[in-house]
Design a protein around this ligand. Structure first.
Ligand SMILES: [Mn+2]
Length: 282
């Protein structure tokens, strides 16, 4: 029995099938943890979404920024639409309502019951402990599981207005920081003020205050191993008690399965499914 953390699929199903075969994934005994961004940009977004859903109890997934983008597109929110989107087959599918209904209720953070392992899409801000992060993730999931999810996605999702956190933040602003942190963050300051513009590798970004979220010396969630995706320019990285799993499947890189038990990385090479220059998207 093993737990594999699988990097951003972004609509690339064939590499996933190959990877699961390579690790001899056994759905009766093993767990696949998907770091989110299951859909968009790649050619098989609909197939990826159905595949992960059909894995049932053998799979867990957290929501990434592209997944929220799908939910916005489903609700007809135009402002996030991009030419490079590959979401139409999902929106036009006979089972679209059922898929979206399932997908929107997925968590932002997953914690293992036995080990100090946590998975999120983008990261956990340095000022949050793991137990605080779990509470905030649950707050947003509660909204997404309620009829309020449509109002949140339509009118309050993303936007770079809410960049700073305070525990007394309330209402939509509070949820917006929470989703921005879990699903979009790369760089932030020591208090979790988010920086949205930079996507590059830390080697190419020097700033007196903003560091990669995981690199802050006083980060309060260092007592867990954190698995995340989202940051394709970072590539495979095991340092700071965090494990980066977005190895650029979409861009002709690799799809990664990181085995949490053995700490071994498995990967398959991928054809390039998209323009090699990453398009801009939250
Ligand atoms: Mn992402």
């Amino acid at each position: 029995m093993a737990t594999y953390v699988i990097g951003d699929l972004q609509g690339c199903l064939d590499p996933l099938i190959e990877l699961l075969a390579q690790i001899q994934f056994d759905p009766a005994h093993d767990q696949a943890w998907f770091v989110g961004d299951i859909v968009n940009r790649g050619p098989q977004s609909l197939e990826c979404l159905r595949y992960v859903k059909n894995m049932g109890d053998a799979a867990k997934t957290v929501l990434g920024n592209h997944d929220f983008h799908l939910l916005a597109s489903y609700l007809g929110v135009e402002k996030y639409r991009a030419k490079s989107d590959t979401l139409d087959p999902i929106l036009e599918a006979d089972d679209a309502d059922e898929l979206i209904d399932w997908f929107r209720q997925q968590p932002l953070m997953i914690q293992d019951a036995l080990h100090p392992w946590v998975m999120v899409h983008a990261g956990i801000p340095p000022q949050w402990t793991i137990s605080e992060a779990a509470v905030y993730a649950q707050e947003l999931q509660d909204v997404m599981c309620s009829p309020r999810w449509e109002a949140f996605i339509r009118d309050h999702l993303f936007g770079s207005k809410t960049r700073t956190w305070h525990p007394t933040l309330t209402g939509w602003e509070r949820y917006r920081y929470i989703v921005n942190a879990f699903a979009r963050m790369r760089y932030c300051d020591a208090k979790g003020k988010l920086e949205f513009k930079t996507k590059s590798h830390p080697q190419h970004f020097n700033h007196p205050e903003y560091l990669p979220w995981f690199a802050h010396p006083n980060r309060r969630n260092k007592d867990h191993q954190i698995f995340f995706g989202h940051w394709s320019t970072l590539g495979a990285m095991d340092a700071y008690q965090v494990h980066a799993t977005d190895t650029g499947c979409l861009w002709g890189g690799e799809l990664t399965a990181y085995c949490a038990d053995t700490q071994i990385r498995h990967s398959v090479r991928c054809p390039c499914y998209a323009d090699p220059k990453p398009a801009s998207s939250s």
